[in-house]
Design a protein around this ligand. Structure first.
Ligand code: AMP
Length: 417
């Protein structure tokens, strides 16, 4: 169901409490935390600019990292507020708390078009516990609630859900920001009746993470192309040998039932026919988490059904990439989530790159291409192709849950159109 957005409400001179996704990567440089990737801040600018032009008093709430209820200095949003000021060319106020008198005073000082950034909401355990009293405290400075943080909308936390309910109960409006609106449009509405052929590409590490998405999209897709380590669990289910590949032996049943469902529904379900394999050698060293570090050596093509006992699959092979690209190029709607291999290592990135190029080509041919967040977005951006697809989701877990057809609490709490 379509949600009300900031275009539908009067925000002039009102205090707009907006939940944003400012969970940006940071780095300690000479004792000062510095934002190293501004993408998430950039994504909120259209909503911010519209609110500024409408004369709202803007109060931004967000989380950063996992401080687990403590004031963790390295996870302060102060550097983000500074960066936002730089990016907007405006003064951005900051309070080192997200509730209480200080916040109320700073909010009272706001004039139309002003921006105030609150401190990390996860400095309080009550945030993730969705504590009603905490939500009331956050809502003290909220006449209108806006959620523009799709990436956390699958969490029912105080700032993503609780505040929306408090504001609504008081007779105020809880609405979507422009970024949230776009996410709902592309991951939701556009896939209700997709233009055909509808091709879904799924990769990544685990079948267990994606099986619900596979199950749901099997009801709509014309073709599903599988890559990444999860393809080996499907192979295992079909009786092939997978060597040392990353597999989930306890998920072969669900893999088989997906394959059967595909057959019954006449959905083309493609698995890799060749793979890039390699051997893992234990270096005898331990990583930070105390786990053994393996070196991956001797990458080579494997065209047999079985993977040798001492080797693991790390990417789809060139034949598979070519075939997948052909199918993708014919699509009118594409959904892509998850890399085709261990793409962080250039030796195993070719399959993912080939799929990225094919998705871009399909888009040029008029297809709508929707990238379901996470590593596929990274892969496209690495290849400089991020602006050549129709839509890249800013959510990882949230986009997967949305594609599964789940109701996201942060979305459900917003007013319907
Ligand atoms: P996901 O978060 O489930 O989309 O998985 C992404 C991760 O899966 C990336 O870090 C990839 O390196 C990893 N991955 C993909 N294919 C493989 C593979 N064949 N073997 C090991 N890891 C893989």
């Amino acid at each position: 169901m379509a949600k009300l957005t900031i275009n539908d409400v009067d925000v002039r001179e009102k205090r707009v409490f907006m939940r944003v996704d400012f969970n940006v990567p940071m780095e300690d440089r000479d004792g000062k935390m510095v934002v190293t990737d501004v993408n998430r801040i950039k994504e909120t600018l259209p909503t911010l600019n519209l609110l500024i032009s409408k004369g709202a008093k803007i109060i931004l709430a967000a989380h950063l990292g996992r401080p687990k209820g403590k004031r963790e200095a390295t996870m302060s949003l102060a550097p983000v507020a500074e960066k936002l000021a730089e990016m907007t060319g405006r003064k951005v106020a900051f309070v080192d708390d997200c509730i209480g008198e200080k916040v109320e005073r700073a909010a009272a000082a706001l004039k139309a078009g002003d921006i105030l950034v609150l401190e990390n909401v996860r400095y309080y355990n009550e945030e993730e516990a969705n504590d009603p009293a905490f939500a009331e405290k956050l809502a003290k400075v909220a006449d209108v609630y806006v959620n523009d943080a799709f990436g956390t909308a699958h969490r029912a936390h105080a700032s993503t859900e609780g505040v929306a309910h408090v504001v609504t109960k008081r007779g105020g409006k809880a609405v979507a920001g422009l970024l949230m609106e776009r996410e709902l449009k592309f991951l939701g509405d556009e896939l209700e009746k997709p233009a055909r052929p509808f091709v879904v590409i799924l990769g990544g590490a685990k079948v267990s993470d994606k099986i619900k998405v596979i199950d749901r999209l099997l009801e709509k897709a014309d073709a599903i192309l599988i890559g990444g380590a999860m393809s080996y669990t499907f192979k295992l289910a079909l009786g092939a040998k997978t060597g040392k590949s990353l597999v989930e032996p306890d998920k072969t049943e669900v893999a088989l039932s997906a394959l059967n469902k595909a057959k019954a529904r006449n959905v083309q379900f493609l698995l890799p026919t060749d793979n890039v394999i390699a051997n893992q050698v234990n270096t005898g060293k331990l990583n930070k988490k105390g786990k053994p570090v393996f070196e991956i050596v001797n990458p080579r093509l494997n065209t047999a059904q079985d993977i040798p006992e001492d080797a693991a699959g790390f990417d789809i092979g060139p034949d598979t990439a070519k075939h997948y690209a052909e199918v993708i190029r014919t699509a009118k709607t594409v959904v892509w989530n998850g890399p085709m291999g261990m793409f962080e290592d250039a030796r195993f990135a070719k399959g993912t790159d080939a799929v990225a190029l094919a998705v871009v080509e399909a888009t040029k041919n008029g297809a709508k291409s929707i990238i379901g967040g996470g590593d596929s977005v990274k892969a496209l951006n690495n290849a400089g192709l991020g602006d050549k697809v129709t839509f890249m989701s800013t959510g990882g877990g949230a986009s997967l849950e949305f594609l599964e057809g789940l109701v996201l609490p942060g979305v459900a709490a917003l007013a319907d159109k």
